[in-house]
Write a protein that binds this ligand. Structure first.
Ligand SMILES: *Cc1c(COP(=O)(O)O)cnc(C)c1O
Length: 397
């Protein structure tokens, strides 16, 4: 009897099959092969404060953190994180039971979802989303339910009715990100208050990614969700040193939450990396204690960069959305006579020598994100100036 030939089983499992490789790999390779300025991936092209870098060197030389640090993170850093939350937001966390150090915010997000979700649980998340959210929800066996941020009055805004309608009896968790990557939206106190009321009413957990907490511009205020009524006991807040101190390669992140929530996140975290970034933890503990002048100067520096790039993009003919926070400006390419952001970003290096990221890849509803393209402005002023000179070609055509 002839043997039935069957399709070979794919190597990549079904949970991850839809994700492929991230757009950043493709676009960064294009940047290299075309000699383009890479405004795609969000990392600064200058390092953070010299004294913080020196603190890492000292820790390494003194033999602090070169062996496995404690599972929850070194006490000095947990204490510094708790002090930061108290000083900035009046939020009191016990460094021993309510703070957990992670391998960047990326691990914090993964561990929170892996530790808190049962298979089939629904997670309501703001779309477009940071690229690890969908994959982490999938790895945890959850189901993502996107709520789309839509352009209104020059910025991307949340429709609170849409958010309320997305919550079902299967919803376990709201996954929030403010300041929001890639749109640059910072949720207002009113919006956050409505989210908090919904979470309390429907008894939901909230995971909130606040890695850009220090990068808000003009008179915009970052309000931590955990500071709103009824939220402290149900909210997992995620922070990171990478964005705040311009050391994205160090991968020091953290979680602050009530003891039961931290324990759940830790249960997953201990089997992912167990621990990470030993000497860098000592340096970040010192960084968090920097005077307010550091944070003010950092914000001011980034605001100037935002303004320069926003003006250049407008000059080149893009529709430019207002960025209230983060490293990013989202643009609309329709005024340039374009509508497909993915095709536009693939062609842009050849056309203008600049790399950007199509927002569509951050959506489930790709068509809702099709005409939007993200540019990072966390680069030296001369790099941004050269990028805007190059982009001016688009208009000249
Ligand atoms: C960069 C980023 C992260 C990842 O932070 P790491 O500390 O580098 O892991 C998480 N969330 C958002 C929204 C980000 O932009």
């Amino acid at each position: 009897m002839a043997r039935m030939t069957s399709m070979p089983r794919p190597l990549l499992n079904r949970r991850l099959a839809e994700f492929g490789t991230t757009i950043f790999a493709e676009m960064s390779a294009l940047a290299l092969s075309t000699g383009s300025i890479n405004l795609g991936q969000g990392f600064p092209d200058t390092d953070g404060p010299e004294e913080v870098r020196e603190a890492a060197v000292r820790a390494l030389r003194d033999g602090r953190g070169n062996q496995y640090p404690p599972g929850p993170g070194i006490p000095e850093l947990r204490t510094a994180i708790a002090a930061h939350q108290q000083r900035r937001y009046g939020l009191a966390y016990d460094p021993d039971t309510e703070v957990l150090v992670t391998a960047g915010a990326t691990e914090a997000i993964a561990a929170a979802l892996l530790g808190l979700l049962e298979p089939g649980d629904e997670v309501v998340a703001l779309e477009p989303y940071y690229d690890s959210y969908a994959a982490c929800i999938a790895m945890a066996g959850g189901r993502r339910v996107p709520v789309t941020l839509r352009p209104r009055d020059g910025a991307f805004r949340l429709d609170l009715d849409e958010l309320r309608a997305a919550v079902t009896d299967r919803t376990r968790l709201l996954l929030i990100n403010t300041p929001h990557n890639p749109t640059g939206t910072v949720l207002t106190r009113e919006e956050l208050t409505a989210i908090a009321a919904l979470a309390v009413e429907r008894d939901l957990l909230v995971v909130t990614d606040e890695v850009y907490e220090h990068l808000v511009f003009d008179d915009v205020e970052h309000v931590p969700l955990a500071s709103l009524p009824g939220m402290r006991e149900r909210t997992v807040t995620i922070g990171s040193a990478g964005k705040t101190f311009s050391f994205t390669g160090w991968k020091v992140g953290w979680v602050t939450a009530a003891p039961g929530l931290v324990a759940a996140v830790r249960s997953a975290k201990q089997f992912l990396t167990y621990v990470s970034s030993g000497p860098f933890q000592y340096a970040v503990a010192e960084a968090l204690a920097l005077p307010e002048s550091y944070f003010t100067a950092f914000r001011e520096d980034m605001r100037a960069k935002r303004d320069l790039l926003a003006a250049g993009l407008a000059e080149a003919g893009f529709g430019v959305f207002r960025t209230a926070g983060t490293y990013f400006i989202t643009t609309d390419i329709r005024p340039l006579g374009e509508s497909d952001g993915i095709a536009f970003c693939r062609a842009l290096p050849e056309r203008a020598g600049v790399v950007a990221i199509p927002n569509a890849v951050f959506y489930d509803h790709r068509e809702a994100g099709a005409p939007f393209v993200r540019f990072a402005f966390c680069k030296r002023l001369e790099v941004l100036e050269e990028a805007t000179r190059r982009l001016a070609k688009l208009r000249a055509r």
